[in-house]
Every structure is written in C-alpha cells, then in structure tokens.
Write a protein that binds this ligand. Structure first.
Ligand code: GLU
Length: 289
C-alpha cells in the first residue's frame, strides 16, 4: 500500500487590533511581525477589528487603524473582519456550553471574585438566569503548557484559572470568547502577537480544548516599551503614527524586530522596506526575563 502524507494546512495568520486608539509603534510592530511571518510562509494574513467593547472604543479609531495599515503597505488577504458582526457565532457557542453544562451564570460582583477573577461563590449550583449576570465557563486545567515559537515551553500557571467570563453582565462578549471563536472560524493556525498576551494563551488553549478544536501555533514577540519600561499603549501615552512617515515608522518597527535597516534597500520606500524585511525575516529573540 502506498503511504500518503497528510496535506499541510496553508498558513493562516492575522492581526487583530482593538480600536481603542490610533495605531502606534507598538501595534505597528505586532502588525509587521504577523504580516512578515505569514508572507514568509506563503500564507494568508487576515485583518480583524476587535470592536466588541464599545465603552473602551475611540470614535474613528477603527478607520484610522485601517488607513494607517494601508499607508504602511500592510494589505490583508481578506475583507476586514469586524467582530461586531459576529455576535451570533459567539452566542451560539455560549448556548452550546450552557447546554452541555460547561457554562453558568454568576452574580458575584467584582469585589467578591478572587484575585484571579474567579467566581468563588456557588453560583454554578444555583442555576441563575441571564439578566445582569456574567456568563462563565468552567475550563479544563490539564495539558495547557505550550511551545511558543519564540519563548519555547511556556508552562501553565500552577494556580488554577478554572473559570472565566465568556459574556459580560453588561451584555458584551468577553475577549476570551471572541478571539477564540473568530480564530477558529477563520481557520487561523498561526498567531504572532505581543508577549503581553503570553499568559492569556493558556486560558485560550483551555477554551480550544473544551470546544474540541486544534489550537494554533503561537509566537509572542517582545512588545515595544517606552522610556519607563512600560508597554507602549494608549494608557501609557503612545503617540499615533504619522502616515506621511511610513518608511521611518516601518524602519523603527523592523529594528525592534531585530532587522538591520541600514542597507540602502531598506532606505527607499515603504514597499521596498517590506520586501527587504521579508527577505531577511526571522522571528525575534525572546525578551530576557
Ligand atoms: N485585540 C487585542 C489587542 O489589541 C489582540 C488580540 C490578539 O492578538 O489575540 O491587544
């Protein structure tokens, strides 16, 4: 009998910004890393706007992010996915988990949750109803170590994070739910993102396991820090990028990823810089702990 090897799935990666402010050097660096890694593997690079948290959103930020990515030559393989269009999928997963007894409503106010944000009351046994309550999921706690392509083996924490919010009491889906459901729906098999999310990954892996789906491979790149050693973000006062300085911005992002941008091919035009960065692409090193 002739042996057949299973087909290798085409690489599918994504960049998934939250429209809570303009794109800054830190988010451009994550976008560039995920873009280059996808191109390097002849894969698809999808773009998804994670607009599930209106109270934290800034008006115009989503369009600003899309314009900024386009100005920097970062084009996605798909029409942009907007999470606000996907609530039916999120609800369907919640319903499935409720029906299988894995999800339950919880009325613990934040001050009654433990330091890991878990329900410490017996809400699960009380069969509570939806209005005004968080929907939580009971997560598996075994086999959650993973091999990050940059950080190597990342052991699951020794403390249990055995329940987490899926749907918030203010009637909004939680990031954990939306990110996993969308990555599954889009067949994402590679995630390249900032290392601020390294330890969120175990919880996401637990949800993949519960849903019986294969998890993607992860590479967590060191996030860009400001002068005080804090992650660049809206909260730490990161400046939005100037689209007229695309080449300069891309050079800074590429340097952060460990690329030498001194050769003249990297000094001409944003698209030439992208081409050069692709030819020299390799994942950056882990941040020393
Ligand atoms: N939307 C998240 C953020 O902007 C990123 C989610 C992810 O890459 O998994 O921080």
């Amino acid at each position: 009998m002739r042996e057949t090897t299973p087909p290798v799935a085409r690489y599918r990666g994504r960049f998934a910004p939250s429209p809570t402010g303009p794109l800054h050097l830190g988010s451009l660096t994550a976008a560039l890393a995920s873009y280059l890694d996808a191109q390097h593997h002849n894969g698809d690079w999808l773009l998804r706007l994670e607009d599930i948290d209106p109270p934290r959103e800034v008006e115009g930020a989503a369009t600003g992010i899309l314009n900024c990515l386009a100005a920097h030559g970062l084009k996605s393989a798909n029409d942009t996915i907007w999470q606000h269009n996907n609530w039916d999928q999120y609800r369907a997963v919640c319903l499935k988990l409720l029906n299988t007894g894995h999800a339950f409503y919880c009325q613990c106010p934040r001050r009654h949750q433990d330091e890991l944000g878990r329900c410490v009351d017996d809400c699960k046994r009380r069969d509570l109803e939806a209005p005004g309550n968080n929907l939580r999921v009971t997560l598996p706690t075994k086999n959650l170590d993973f091999a990050d392509r940059i950080y190597g083996l990342v052991p699951a924490p020794t403390h249990n994070f055995d329940n987490a919010i899926l749907w918030r009491r203010d009637d909004l889906p939680a990031y954990l739910l939306a990110v996993v459901v969308d990555d599954i729906d889009s067949d994402i098999n590679h995630i390249v993102r900032g290392d601020d999310l390294l330890h969120e990954t175990h919880r996401q892996l637990a949800l993949y396991q519960l849903l019986g789906k294969a998890a993607p491979k992860y590479a967590h790149i060191p996030v860009v820090l400001n002068a005080e050693g804090k992650k660049l973000s809206k909260q730490t006062g990161a400046q939005g990028l100037d689209n007229t300085q695309a080449l300069w911005n891309l050079q800074r992002a590429a340097q952060h990823l460990g690329l030498d941008v001194s050769p003249h091919e990297a000094q001409n035009h944003p698209l030439a810089l992208l081409e050069y960065a692709l030819q020299h692409w390799r994942l950056p090193s882990a941040r020393l702990q």
